[in-house]
Write a new protein. Structure first.
Length: 161
């Protein structure tokens, strides 16, 4: 998991935040509400929303078991801007063109500085979501502190490998 290039997944999510009750009846509405909640300048929010939705038109970022991983196709951070990841829980599960046709209950947004960092974050999220205890936390929309603690615990075990 060293591919996170200096920032742990827990730190990236702490920086980006965890959001509950995000509205929207489809991907575009949901992502607009989700990105609207981030602590970014409004012009950056608009550029991020556009980049994420352009990526979705190429290929859905919906995964199996109700997880989606939207992200821009290319890194869009400038010097001095910090990478982040954020988690959002929709008010109602969303159709997201997942391989298993599941409705999405958890969305991870990834905004990285480089392709290498992006792949490291994706890898970390993928490993976490395959762990039953972590997936259970997502399914029940656990408290932010509980989710972050589970990520930190997993990262400690990865470091020991």
């Amino acid at each position: 998991m060293s591919e996170l290039t200096g920032d742990s997944l827990a730190k990236l999510i702490t920086r980006g935040g965890i959001y509950y009750g995000v509205g929207g009846d489809n991907r575009a509405e949901f992502m607009s509400d989700f990105i609207g909640r981030l602590t970014l300048p409004s012009d950056k929010k608009q550029a991020l929303l556009q980049a994420v939705m352009e990526r979705e038109t190429i290929m859905s970022t919906g995964m199996e078991k109700g997880i989606a991983l939207p992200h821009p196709r290319t890194p869009m951070l400038e010097d001095g801007e910090e990478p982040f990841a954020a988690i959002a829980f929709p008010l109602s599960p969303l159709k997201w063109d997942t391989p298993d046709n599941s409705k999405v209950h958890t969305v991870f947004l990834i905004v990285s500085k480089s392709p290498k960092q992006h792949l490291g974050v994706l890898s970390g999220i993928n490993v976490l979501c395959r762990q039953d205890n972590f997936f259970s936390l997502l399914s029940k929309q656990a408290e932010k502190e509980e989710i972050i603690a589970a990520i930190e615990e997993a990262e400690k075990s990865w470091a020991a490998i």
